[in-house]
Write a protein that binds this ligand. Sequence first.
Ligand code: PLP
Length: 427
Amino acid sequence: MDHFTYKNNQLYCEDLPVADIAAAVGTPAYIYSKATLLHHYHQIANAFAPLNATICYSIKSCGNLHILKLLASQGSGFDVTSGGELCRALAAGGDPRKIIYAGVGKTDAEIADAINAGIAAFNIESEAEIENIDRIAASLGKTAIGAIRINPDVDAKTHRYTNTGKKETKFGVDIERAERVFEQSRSLKNLRLAGVHIHLGSPVFGVEPYVQAVQKVTALIDRLTQRGHRIEWFDLGGGFAANYEEPHQAVPIIEHANALIPLLENKPYKIALEPGRYISANAAILLTRVLYRKTGGSKRFVIIDAAMNDLIRPMLYGSFHFIWPTNPDPANVPLRRDKSLTPANGEVVDVVGPICESGDFLARNRLLPTTQRNDLLAVFSAGAYCFAMSSNYNNRPRVPEVLVDGNQYRIIRRRETYEDLLTHERI
Ligand SMILES: *Cc1c(COP(=O)(O)O)cnc(C)c1O
C-alpha cells in the first residue's frame, strides 16, 4: 500500500499531482509521501507489537534528517553503520539509548564517539573488534554494551552482493564459534556482551530464512544462558522486502510476524528489529523527464534527465523499478505495477541517463507506453538505497528530496548547485 495513485489519468502523491511538484522544483527529484512512510513504520511496529519489539530504523536505506525526525517522533530507534550516520541520528533528535551501531570496520574514532554519545549497543562482528571496543571504553573510563553478530549460515536467497548471513560472507561470528567468544569475553572489564544480533541480507522475500535463523539462534541463546551468560536482547536485523512490483512479490510483514512470534514470545530477552527498506522503499518515487528519444541498431532508447548517479540499483544489483508516465493517456493508466503490463500503444525501450557509461540505465527492454520529449516519468519504490546511494558522478548536482503531506509539500533537501560541487576543493 502506498499513496502514489493515478486519479483522472495523472499520478498523485497523496493529494498533490506530482506534475505540479515537478513544475515547482524541477526534475529529477525524489518525492516522498509522509503517509506512506509512517504507514509502513506502524505496520511493522504493530505486526511485532506482541513481542514488544524495538524498531531501530536502518538509516543507510534513507537518511534524510527530516525523515529521521518523523520516525523518531513515532518512537523509532536507529540502526547506524558509520560515524556519519550516528551524527545524523543525533542531529535528527534520535534518542541515543535507542541507537545501535553495526558494521565490520568501525574505526577507533567512531567507536569512541559512539561510546561518548551513550548509544544502546554495538553490534560486534569479530573477536578483534571486541578487544578494541573494550580497550577504547577503558581509555574513556566507561563501559560499552555489545551484541555479537552471529552468522547463522542461512541462505537468505537474495542477490549475492546483499546476502550477508552465509558463512562465506564477511559478516558476523560463525555460530559454532559464538559460545567460545562469549566465554572469552567474560573477563572483559569495559565491554558487557548482553545481546545477539543477526542480519541475513536484503531484500529477503520469504519467511523461511528468518525462521531457520531464529531457531538456530534461540537455541544458541539457551546454551549461552545455561552457561551463565545473561542475554538481554535478540536483534533480528532487517532485510524485510518491500514491494517493488505487483502482484505482491514480498511476503506481507504480518506473515513474518506470525511465523516468528511463536518462536520468540515468552522469552526472557527483548526483541529488536532493524528494518530499512520495508519502511522507506515504497515511500518515494524518482520523478524524471524525457529529454530525447533515439534508436540505436534495433534498440529504442528513452533518454531521461535522471541517471545512474541518482539511482544506481538497476546497474548495481539488476534491481527492478516500475517506471510509468505520470500523465498517461486514459488507455494506459496502470492498475498494477506489474512487470509484464501491456500498455496500449506501447514500445520496448531502454530507459537511460546522460552519463558516459553503458551501465547508465534505469530499465532495459521494458515495455512502456510510448513517450514524447518532456513527458514526466515516475520511477517507483525509490525511497530505499536510491537517494542514499546517489553521487556526484559526471559532476551532476544531487537532486532534491521533497516530502508531501496531504496537499502540502516541503523541500527536505534542496537541489545541489554547481557551487556545491566545487566547495570542498582548493585550487
Ligand atoms: C542494511 C542493514 C539493515 C537494513 O536492511 P533493509 O534491507 O533496508 O531492511 C539492517 N541491519 C543491518 C546490519 C544492515 O546492514
